[in-house]
Every structure is written in C-alpha cells, then in structure tokens.
Design a protein around this ligand. Structure first.
Ligand code: C2O
Ligand code: CU
Length: 463
C-alpha cells in the first residue's frame, strides 16, 4: 500500500472513532442474541477455470471452492459470518441491501477499520428483511470485485410460498485476455462514460449453464447482477415468468416479465412456469446491446406438475417503514460529471481520476477524508430524495442501511417499489422516499464501481 502521511492517518482515526461510537449505539437497538456457529469466510487469492483457454490466475474470492458461497440466513434470526483476511491487502464486507447496524456495514473509515492481512472481523446481525441480497468488499472495490469477490446472500422467510425449484444466479463478467488472464480492470475513457465492460460473461462462474426444474412446475429464479459495470435487459423465451420481487423486496403487484432492465447491484426474483413437456427448455436472454445473449437455460424434467401462477401465495412484505410524504423534507441530489486527473491517494484502491460527482462534490465512497454529508437526517423523520440525472448515462444508485420507496419519476408511472438501488435513466428525475430509521453514516453511491471510485458517492448522516 502506498504510504499514507501521518496527518491524514490522524484525521482518519479521529473520524473513525466518531463513526464507530455511532455504530455501537446503533447495534444496541438490535436484539441481543445467542451466538450461532459462525460461517467462516476466508478472503484469498486462487486460480479458477473461467475461460476455455487456461485457468485464470489471481482470482480473488471467499473460500477455496471457487465462487463465493451462496450464504443463507433467516429473516429476523441471528446471522454470524467471520471474515478472515488471507489476501495481501486490506478488505471488508458490505452486505448489499441488508439493513444492518452501521458498525456491520463494511465501509472502511466510515463504519469500521480496514481488516488487514491475517486479521479477522465478526459480522453479526439479524437481517430484518427476507429476499435476495449479496455481499462484496468495500475496499479496493473495483479490483477485489472485478477479480471475483461478489457472493449471494439469501434471506429466507419461513412463510415464503413453496416453489418446485429454486435457482440462485450470480451474474458477472471478467476482464480477461485471449489467454484467460486478467487484463487492465478499467479504461479511463470508459470510466468517464458507461464503464468498462468485461470480456467474458459468466453465470455462477460458468458459461451459459443449464439448470433443471420440474416440468409444469414453478421455479423461483433469483437473479443477482454482481458485475461492476453491466446492465442487463432480461427477457425469457419458451416459458412464462412473473416478476415477484425486485432488489429483495416483493413488488406491490406481480406482473408478467416482458423485458426488464436491471443494473449492477440489483436483484430480480422471477416465478417461472416451466414448460409441460419433459426436455423442453426456456431461455433467459439479455436483449440489451446489439446482439441478444443467452444468459442461461432452464430444462423441464419429469411429468408435468401442472402448476399455475395462481397456486403461489404472496411473499410477505418486508417491515420497511412507510415515509410520511406530507411531512417529508426534500433533499435535492444531482448527479454530475466533472473531469480531473489526480494522484491516487492510496486508500482503498483509489484509481486516480475524478469523472463524476453528487451535488458537485466528488468522493470515492471509502476515503478517510469524506467531505460533509450530503444531508443530515433526524432519526425517525421522513425524507424525499429528489434525484436528478442530467448525464447521458444510466446510474444504479445504491443506498446503504435503509430502503426507500420509489414515489414518482419524470419518465412515467411507477409502481411504489421498495428498494436499495435505483437505476436512474439519462435525464430522469425521480423521487425516492424513506424514513431515516437507522442511525449512522450511510454511503450513497453509483454501483457502476468505476463511477463510484471516480467520484459518484456521498453519504447521509442519521442521528
Ligand atoms: Cu453494493 Cu456500497 O455497495
Ligand atoms: Cu454511475
């Protein structure tokens, strides 16, 4: 790690001390629980066969089985994962979409110190919401995520309707050369536009896999876009599908999937009615971009179960407080472009450019010297984020620690989705409402990681 001067370090530790006490206070609001056996997660480097050419060297992942494990937790029940850092650099884990106490949020400097090589950190929380979530580092994020550290976390609700099959899918690309080895993680000119795309697409670290599900049955497909850049437009051919949840939260009204755009950080839960004939296949495709790409296929097995969407009971709504719109304070937030070439600070994989900003202030989301918060929120009060995207690019904007409801958009009517990541279109203006019910400093950033790392980040302070 490049050297950090003492003054910056002192500033960092002072800031950290402040943030940490907020975190501890937050933790006490959550129920105390008996200690379950920890899930052991070891961050390490390894090789893995991704491309045909050769095993890729220098993969970064959790554990020795290739893809990071798909973790499972139960709504409201204690979850305990112990992260051991066997990398040669610091790391942390952020639990994307899970409303954790601030001290468990995994943002270096803001919520916890670096986890250095050889050190461990205990992540303990009781996830309040059921649904499809995921986990990833929040330090040297572009490289650590780009090299593999993106895993799924499924939070189950004992009252979830029964499906005949469940398939969880980790969607991500890799930037590999023809020899199957990593090439540069980003190109500055692309970071200043829609981001640098991978060269190899994978689904659960495989190329175009096929999964089996009972013929005529109802399969739950949990799609998680963990890629640092790619936005998908999903379409299913050969079977009917209904959208049942977006970003972990059940949709207010289920609807048939026609095409749906889902960006980095986001999740889409589909109920798929499998074809009745044994051997028949349904294909999930990505129709964004000039040539449609097969994502995966689902193959029907056995005699038809003859199920219908109507057999599926509702998913229970998550306990996200509804904002009081009549009393809500509005917070204007404008995404913008800036351009500046500067010396990397050495913190958390700073990549040395500033291309983006929120309210004209660029920040990378994980440096020890954050500027002032984007806004200070009073615990328990309602707010409306008035978000505008005057840039010509899409931005999947993600908020840590709290979920928000999409109230309205300049583009057209919206369902009141509850989410943690909103994919804002070029020239769109959107109103996002929330109750500031989780104390601490919460990062708000674009999940095209190059956009985050080159300035499109800020944070809210809830006290
Ligand atoms: Cu997946 Cu800061 O987030
Ligand atoms: Cu962006």
């Amino acid at each position: 790690m490049p050297s950090i001067d003492r003054r910056t370090l002192l500033k960092a530790s002072a800031l950290f001390a402040g943030a940490y006490s907020v975190g501890l206070a937050a933790a006490s609001r959550f129920p105390a629980f008996a200690s379950p056996q920890p899930i052991m997660l070891e961050a390490l480097r390894t090789d893995a066969q991704l491309a045909e050419a050769a095993p890729t060297k220098g993969i970064m992942t959790y554990g020795r089985d290739g893809m990071p494990p798909i973790l499972r937790a139960k709504k409201g029940q204690p979850f305990f994962a112990q992260l051991k850092n066997a990398l040669d650099e610091p790391t942390t884990i952020h639990w994307h979409g899970v409303r954790v106490p601030n001290a468990m949020d995994g943002v270096p400097f803001l919520t916890q110190p670096y986890i250095y090589t050889g050190d461990s950190f205990d992540y303990r929380f009781a996830p309040p919401d059921a649904g499809t979530f995921w986990y990833h580092p929040h330090c040297n994020t572009l490289e650590q995520m780009g090299r593999g550290m993106t895993g799924l976390l499924i939070v189950e609700d004992p009252d979830d309707p029964a499906f005949d099959a469940e398939i969880a899918v980790n969607l991500r690309d890799w930037r590999l050369g023809g020899d199957g080895q990593f090439i540069e993680q980003f190109k500055p000119r692309d970071a200043a536009k829609s981001g640098t795309y991978g060269t190899l697409r994978t689904v659960n670290w495989q190329r175009e896999p096929q999964y089996d599900a009972p013929a005529g049955g109802l399969a739950r497909l949990r799609l998680v876009v963990t890629d640092v850049t790619r936005i998908f437009t999903f379409k299913l051919e050969g079977a009917e599908a209904q959208v049942i949840a977006i970003d972990g939260n059940p949709v207010p009204q289920r609807f048939a999937l026609d095409t749906l755009m889902i960006g980095p950080g986001q999740r889409l839960d589909l109920a798929v009615r499998m074809p009745d004939t044994e051997g028949a296949a349904a294909t999930l495709i990505d129709v964004r971009g000039s040539t449609p790409k097969t994502v995966l296929t689902l193959r029907a097995t056995g005699a038809s179960l003859k199920r219908a969407f109507g057999d599926l009971g509702p998913l229970a709504a998550n306990p996200v407080a509804a904002a009081d719109l009549s009393a809500a304070e509005e917070i204007p937030l404008a995404l913008s472009a800036t351009a500046e070439n500067r010396k990397p600070s050495g913190f958390c994989g700073d990549i040395g450019y500033t291309f983006w900003a929120i309210n004209r202030t660029p920040w990378s989301g994980d440096s020890p010297d954050p500027t002032a918060p984007l806004a200070e929120m009073k615990l328990g009060k309602s707010y409306v984020l008035n978000l505008a995207n005057p840039t010509p690019h899409l931005h999947p904007i993600h908020l840590h620690g709290m979920s928000f409801t999409v109230v309205s958009s300049s583009i057209g009517p919206v369902q009141p989705f509850v989410t943690d990541t909103y994919l804002i279109r070029p020239d769109e203006k959107v109103k996002l409402a929330l109750v500031a019910d989780n104390p601490g400093d919460w990062v708000f950033h674009c999940h095209v990681i190059e956009h985050q790392k080159t300035g499109m980040a800020g944070y809210f302070r809830v006290t």
